[in-house]
Design a protein around this ligand. Structure first.
Ligand SMILES: Cc1cc2nc3c(=O)[nH]c(=O)nc-3n(C[C@H](O)[C@H](O)[C@H](O)COP(=O)(O)O)c2cc1C
Length: 182
């Protein structure tokens, strides 16, 4: 039986941490010359079935913020446990300073409908065209219309087979994977 627990106030500047752990994705985007970048993102959500829309929230100061604003396309790549070290690296450097595909050793593959590349080592890809954006404090929510999507056929048909795949969540600057169904 669930119980009503006693609560204490949480400082407002850490209140968003009440919404962790969160799934991590790798967003690919490009600059106006076509040079790609990768940014790990934990602040994401689906936001419409019809049309299919997804939202990602990116800080104003990120290089990727400038790229998505300028070129208006991005890909959501779904990583697994095996990529955890690369994710941590990709989130510690800026595409302003380093070529993240070269430095991480990840493979850029052509997307079907958008110019930013897919990350070959990820298990799924959601290609998006920017349809709207909303400034929210120090972040912008970018809303993307899904124009193509692909997945590893052994892992996802209409839902992930969680016996075969270990998705990644972020918590306290560390990472974990999912446990069992309840
Ligand atoms: C697991 C993880 C999740 C992150 N989530 C977000 C996020 O949701 N939004 C954001 O703006 N930055 C997020 N960051 C920080 C950016 O990934 C990081 O600042 C990155 O170096 C920015 O790259 P860029 O300057 O090339 O765009 C996250 C970092 C990590 C490691």
């Amino acid at each position: 039986m669930s119980q009503i627990s006693e609560k204490v106030d949480v400082e407002l500047d850490v209140a968003t941490r009440l919404m962790y752990p969160r799934p991590v994705v790798l967003i690919t985007c490009i600059d106006s010359s076509g040079k790609p970048n990768i940014i790990p993102v934990a602040w994401t959500m689906p936001t419409s079935f019809d049309p299919p829309l997804v939202a990602i929230s990116i800080a104003l100061k990120r290089y990727s913020h400038k790229l998505i604003t300028e070129t208006r396309e991005f890909v959501i790549n779904i990583p697994t446990k095996e990529l955890v070290k690369k994710i941590d690296y990709l989130g510690s450097v800026s595409g302003m300073d380093v070529e993240k595909f070269d430095k991480s050793g990840l493979t850029a593959l052509p997307a079907k409908r958008v110019k930013p590349p897919l990350i070959g080592e990820c298990i799924a890809h959601i290609e998006c065209e920017l349809v709207s954006k909303l400034e929210t404090g120090d972040h912008t929510i970018f809303v993307g219309k899904v124009v193509a999507a692909q997945s590893d056929k052994n892992i996802f048909a209409t839902d992930y087979n969680l016996n075969k795949v270990r998705l990644i969540l972020r918590h306290k600057k560390r990472y974990l994977t999912l446990g069992e169904y309840i």
